[in-house]
Design a protein around this ligand. Structure first.
Ligand code: HEC
Length: 474
């Protein structure tokens, strides 16, 4: 094929794809904007809003065929790019700090849920065995990505992928809603934030849903949940190999399928290693992670737009829904039991990682309302972690703190986050010492700090006091 021909092929694909990609991007922007306007806890869950918006639009107005190529591209390639970029969240140090236990929990969870859900879906709910396998893979490994990988190995399986993804995405969306509500309402006794993060990472299906459910509780839970989930994404590699070998054995004589290598998982590992060795500038890293979140919003929109809810209400829909509910409950129950059992044993010998994170209500709320977004508890330094309670970045803090003086590149309203370490030694706060109390200091937070400030003053009196006591102890 000549270069010109090949080029026109690419050009044609681009022309086919851009409408879908643009629509996904525009709707993702809209979803972020709607989520921001709805206030907490939804403001922290734009992922959920994207999914619901996509589902609503896709099912009310049938999704136009011209958008399909772009939406499929988004679901496939932008999702993979998103997963690869997740590597910037993780370092080898973080993984080894996480310890073996959560990864073991994730592995056991995967095996138990995979086998149990498949067996029950075939024998009790009488689903087609191939569909049952996809539902089991989706609920035990990593949602749509895993379903697509396993489905693409076999033609007879591929046609079930849409229904399996719809079911798993919906069940996962229910989980995304119920987990944080359940945790914050105290329905998961015995779990701390770390345990919650592990439970979410080990049992919720989609990366984006894991993201939403754990971030709704705190950034700490998000990090642990992401790590655990990603360790499961890595487990997709051996699973695909095992399934591939089984398939080759069965396919006697016929064209034997290739064993597909999930390249994006390898790319993700490469980014992870890169991020462990090279210290990326925090601002650059933050920008990448923001872009990454936007990719996930686009993927959620694309998934929603192309997920027909009809198969779930049509004939056989009841058995499908039952299988979905079963998958949801099994994965939640298995993860919860494993995490509880593990907490029971590790409570005797607290791990080093757990004991270095200050616990207590004040610290928890400090994270939960979002103070820790700017006052980051610790930054990675050359000689290990430095507990600063600052990201050392400039933030636009709104008109109340605007002194109209421009310093270097900082406008009048821009201030560098004051490290809160050493607050116990200070008695006046903010850049000009205008605040005599911590309460006054927080009251002055506007601009980028506005949402967090409002969230903070929605806490009740005792909770606010707990945060002040925590800050004053630093
Ligand atoms: C958007 C980023 C941001 C968020 C979110 C934020 N802060 Fe700040 N904080 C800052 C910046 C920037 C300053 C410095 C402002 C100045 O000096 O005028 C500051 C200053 C402070 C100070 C004064 C420290 C001193 O010694 O001068 C306290 C106390 C404080 N923040 C507590 C909090 C608490 C509690 C929360 C959560 C409710 C919070 N901050 C959320 C950015 C943020």
């Amino acid at each position: 094929m000549t270069l010109a021909l090949r080029w026109s092929g690419i050009d044609l694909k681009l022309r086919e794809r851009w409408p879908g990609i643009l629509v996904a991007a525009a709707l993702a922007l809209a979803a972020g904007w709607i989520a921001g306007g709805l206030g907490d806890p939804i403001a922290r869950n734009p992922v959920l809003v994207s999914m619901l918006l996509g589902l609503l639009l896709g099912n009310v107005f049938a999704c136009p065929a011209s958008l399909r190529p772009g939406l499929d591209f988004t679901k496939r390639y932008l999702l993979r790019t998103g997963i690869v970029l997740l590597g910037f969240r993780i370092t080898v140090t973080l993984l080894s700090d996480l310890g073996l236990a959560p990864i073991m929990i994730a592995a056991v969870e995967l095996a138990v849920v995979l086998l149990l859900v498949r067996w029950v879906a075939v024998h009790l709910f009488r689903l087609d065995p191939q569909l049952a396998l996809l539902v089991a893979v989706g609920s035990s490994v990593c949602g749509a990505a895993a379903i697509l990988s396993v489905a693409s190995m076999d033609k007879g399986r591929e046609r079930h992928a849409g229904v399996a993804i719809a079911l798993i995405t919906l069940a996962g969306t229910v989980a995304l809603l119920l987990y944080p509500i359940g945790f914050l309402a105290g329905c998961m006794p015995g779990l701390d934030e770390r345990g919650f993060g592990i439970t979410v990472g080990a049992s919720i299906f989609e990366q984006a849903q894991v993201y939403g459910a754990s971030f709704a509780v705190s950034e700490g839970a998000l990090n642990i949940a992401t790590l655990v989930k990603l360790s499961k994404v890595v487990m997709l590699i051996p699973l695909l190999l095992v399934l591939g070998v089984m398939q080759r054995r069965q396919a006697v004589g016929e064209a034997r399928g290739r064993v597909p290598v999930p390249w994006f998982v390898l790319a993700f590992l490469a980014v992870l290693l890169f991020n462990s060795v090279v210290t990326v500038h925090p601002q650059v890293r933050a920008t990448i992670l923001q872009g990454d979140q936007f990719l996930f919003l686009m993927v959620m929109i694309a998934l929603g737009l192309t997920t027909p809810l009809k198969p779930l209400v049509g004939s056989g829909g009841l058995r499908l829904v039952a299988a979905g509910i079963f998958a949801l409950l099994t994965s939640a129950a298995v993860a919860y039991v494993l995490v509880r059992a593990n907490q029971g044993t590790s409570a005797v010998v607290p791990s080093a990682a757990a004991s270095s994170i200050p616990s207590g209500q004040g610290a928890r709320l400090f994270n939960a309302v979002g103070c820790a977004k700017c006052h980051v508890p610790s930054l990675r330094g050359i000689n290990g972690d430095v507990p600063l309670y600052s990201d050392l970045l400039l933030h636009d803090m709104g008109s109340a703190l605007d002194d109209k003086i421009t310093q270097g590149q900082a406008s009048g309203a821009e201030w560098r986050t004051t490290p809160l370490i050493g607050t116990r030694l200070r008695d006046r706060y903010l850049h000009d010492g205008r605040a005599a109390s911590l309460r006054d200091a927080v009251l002055e937070h506007g601009g980028e700090g506005e949402i967090v400030r409002r969230r903070f003053f929605e806490l009740d009196e005792d909770e606010q006091k707990a945060v002040f006591a925590f800050v004053a102890s630093l």
